[in-house]
Design a protein around this ligand. Structure first.
Ligand SMILES: Cc1ncc(COP(=O)(O)O)c(C=O)c1O
Length: 396
């Protein structure tokens, strides 16, 4: 991506000719641009292969085949069985479903979670707490956001109820990673159901579910250069849950409704590309993030970072000294065509406060901006953002 603003003119689908603003996109934890190769794989399912996968004639058989091939490919990459993969509308639906099914079908009456989960988990848990009286316990976190595993074990040991443990694999704001194998082993020891929101890690790390004691994971393809509005819920074969949407036999009777065929094809293609290129691309992004961090430190005094040693290579959460004007930093970046975020995507551009930073007592003293990177970003862009930030800070 280039940074020169308002240089070229292009045709848009909405109007004849529009000015295209060239921007720097450093908000890849919110969503990622679609990989052209993914689009290429999806396009035939928007035109030639338009059949309803439930139709028994050839049009339907073609799209049914596409869905089942996608399911097989996703399952193989994640170390799962095809029957354990359910396509959904994204991370939010998958998180909601895992939590609801744990309560409704698996007998969980207590939930153990953390205060820095995504709202798709936190608000769902809060809903069942108020509506169904499901006990909710929040585990202790270390200063950097890492789970206190001793506290988790203590809580599991002390509970007489059937527990659901729902902990995210990586935090979308500060990037802190969970030791998912360790939590899986604890859940096994105490016979708890384990769900992990893996929306920030599927497509970014190799994950082998056959080696982890886990019942549910959630993922969404728009976080790894796939299309929006499509995700998966992995449901371990060892548990049986009831349908989550009624009204048809799709997704083996579990989720009714005509399938998002091109979305599903895009999900599988994006995961395949991410997996094939993992070594090269993760090294590239890691290097870019380190470069950006180093340049920031050289140019701007008084910064600190929220990332701990074990955090996402895609995310850098930066604390800028709080001044009268630094609250407007994000807005000024936007004016300069630089896209970053104050926290999760829902708070981009507006400082409504981050529940993650609040829970870690970090928000009061600083203005925090999350920069998140993808394979499409460059060091040239990093230099331009550092330059602009240092200019803006000096002006302040
Ligand atoms: C960690 C995490 N969980 C869940 C979600 C929600 O996913 P989706 O937007 O696909 O519903 C997001 C994305 O915003 C996320 O970052």
């Amino acid at each position: 991506m280039n940074t020169e603003a308002q240089k070229s003119e292009k045709h848009s689908p909405h109007s004849a000719t529009v000015k295209v603003i060239e921007r720097i996109y450093f908000d890849n934890a919110a969503t990622t641009p679609l990989d052209p190769e993914v689009l290429h794989a999806m396009l035939p399912y928007m035109s030639t292969y338009f059949g309803n996968p439930s139709s028994i004639y050839s049009y339907g058989r073609e799209t049914r085949l596409a869905i089942e091939s996608a399911r097989k490919s996703v399952a193989k990459i994640l170390g799962a069985r095809p029957g354990e993969i359910f396509f959904t509308s994204g991370g939010t639906e998958s998180n909601n479903t895992a939590i609801a099914a744990s309560i409704r079908d698996l007998g969980c009456t207590q939930i153990i979670t953390s205060p820095i989960e995504h709202h798709a988990v936190l608000h769902t848990v809060q809903h069942y707490n108020t509506q169904n009286g499901i006990n909710t316990n929040y585990i202790k976190l270390q200063e950097d956001g890492q789970v206190d595993y001793n506290d988790l074990e203590k809580q599991l040991e002390a509970s007489n109820a059937k527990c659901l443990v729902t902990l995210m694999h990586a935090n979308n704001e500060i990037g802190v990673l969970l030791d998912i194998e360790r939590v899986g082993e604890l859940c096994k020891k105490y016979n708890a159901i384990f769900h992990s929101d893996c929306v920030q890690t599927v497509g970014h790390y190799p994950i082998d579910l056959s080696k982890i004691h886990i019942h549910f994971i959630s993922a969404a393809s728009h976080k790894f250069h796939g299309p929006k509005g499509v995700g998966i819920l992995y449901v371990n074969d060892n548990i049986k849950i009831n349908p989550f949407i009624f009204g048809g036999g799709q997704e083996r009777n579990m989720r009714a409704g005509t399938e998002n065929v091109y979305g599903i094809v895009g999900f599988a293609k994006a995961l395949e590309i991410a997996t094939n290129n993992f070594n090269k691309e993760s090294a590239y992004i890691k290097d870019l993030k380190n470069y950006f961090q180093q340049k920031l430190q050289e140019k701007i005094p008084g910064l600190s970072f929220n990332n701990c040693a074990d955090s996402l290579y895609t995310v850098l959460s930066v604390n800028f000294p709080k001044t009268e004007k630094s609250d407007f930093l994000l807005m000024n970046l936007d004016i300069n065509n630089i896209c970053a975020s104050g926290g999760s995507a829902c708070s981009s551009g507006a400082d409504i406060g981050s529940h993650v930073l609040n829970a870690l007592n970090k928000s009061k003293k600083h203005v925090t901006i999350r920069f998140s990177f993808s394979k499409y970003n460059t060091k040239e862009e990093a230099n331009k953002v550092v330059e602009k930030l240092s200019e803006l800070i000096q002006d302040m």
